[in-house]
Design a protein around this ligand. Structure first.
Ligand code: HEC
Length: 205
C-alpha cells in the first residue's frame, strides 16, 4: 500500500467515525456544507451562532459562513406578523369575500372589480368553457351536453336571468344556488369575477 492510499484510508476512517456521531439536531460531518446552508436569509430557520462555518467562511464581516440570522426581528426570523388591523388582499387588490350563502341580496350590489375589456372577456370565456359550458351551453342558452340530464339549467337570456347583476352572478358561482353547485372552492376569486364578465356578455346577446 502506498503512503497516499494509507493516508486516504485513515482519513476516510476518521471521517466515518466523526460522521457517525449524528444525533438530534447534529447532522454529523457534512460533506460540502455550503450546499446545505443557505447564504440568503431563510424565512423560518436561523443560525445564530456567529462562529458557525468560520473555517470555510468567505465573509468579510468576520462571521462564519453559516451565520444567517436577522437579529433585528423577534426570534431572529425574517417573517414578521402583519401590522394589527391589516387586511389581506390578493395581487389584484381584491379583498377577501366574506358574504355567506344567504347574503345574495347584499352580494348583488357589489361591482365587478375587473373592467369589461377584450382581455378579461377572453379569459372569462376560457374559464366559462371549462367550468360552465357543459351545463349552460357555449352561448349560455342552457344547451350544454349535461343540460338534458340535469334539469332546470336556465338560459342567461331568459327574463329572470337577463338582468342579474355582476355581484349576483359572482355570488352564484361562489356559493351555488338551489340546484346549481358551488364553484368557490374550485377557482380563485379573480377567475370568478372574470367569468361573471363573460356571463354578462352572454346575458346581453
Ligand atoms: C352541473 C350543471 C351546472 C354547472 C356546471 C353550472 N351551472 Fe349554473 N345553474 C345550473 C342550474 C341547474 C341552475 C338553476 C338553479 C336553480 O334555480 O335551481 C343554474 C343557475 C345559474 C345562474 C342563475 C342564478 C339565478 O339566480 O337564477 C347563473 C347566473 C349560473 N348558473 C351561472 C353559472 C356559471 C357562471 C357557471 C360556471 C362557473 C355555472 N353556472 C355552472 C347548473 C349548472
Amino acid at each position: 500500500m502506498t503512503n497516499q492510499i494509507k493516508v486516504f484510508l485513515s482519513g476516510l476512517a476518521v471521517a466515518s467515525i466523526v460522521g457517525c456521531t449524528a444525533k438530534g439536531d447534529n447532522p454529523g460531518l457534512e460533506y460540502a456544507p455550503q450546499m446545505y446552508h443557505s447564504v440568503p436569509y431563510e424565512p423560518l430557520t436561523q443560525i445564530k451562532d456567529e462562529s458557525a462555518g468560520n473555517i470555510i467562511s468567505n465573509r468579510t464581516d468576520g462571521k462564519g459562513e453559516f451565520y444567517n440570522s436577522n437579529t433585528n426581528n423577534p426570534y431572529a426570523q425574517n417573517v414578521r406578523k402583519p401590522v394589527e388591523g391589516t387586511v389581506r388582499r390578493n395581487p389584484n387588490d381584491i379583498l377577501p369575500y366574506r358574504l355567506g350563502k344567504d347574503d345574495i341580496e347584499a352580494a348583488a350590489q357589489i361591482e365587478n372589480p375587473f373592467p369589461d375589456t377584450p382581455e378579461i372577456q377572453a379569459e372569462g370565456k376560457r374559464l366559462y368553457d371549462q367550468f360552465c359550458a357543459h351545463c349552460h351551453g357555449a352561448n349560455g342558452k342552457a344547451d350544454g351536453k349535461v343540460a338534458p340530464v340535469y334539469a332546470g339549467v336556465p338560459s342567461y337570456t331568459a327574463p329572470a336571468q337577463r338582468n342579474l347583476s355582476q355581484g349576483h352572478v359572482y355570488h352564484v358561482i361562489t356559493w351555488g344556488i338551489r340546484r346549481m353547485g358551488a364553484h368557490g372552492s374550485q377557482m380563485s376569486s379573480d377567475k370568478r369575477w372574470k367569468i361573471a364578465r363573460y356571463v354578462q356578455k352572454l346575458q346581453q346577446q
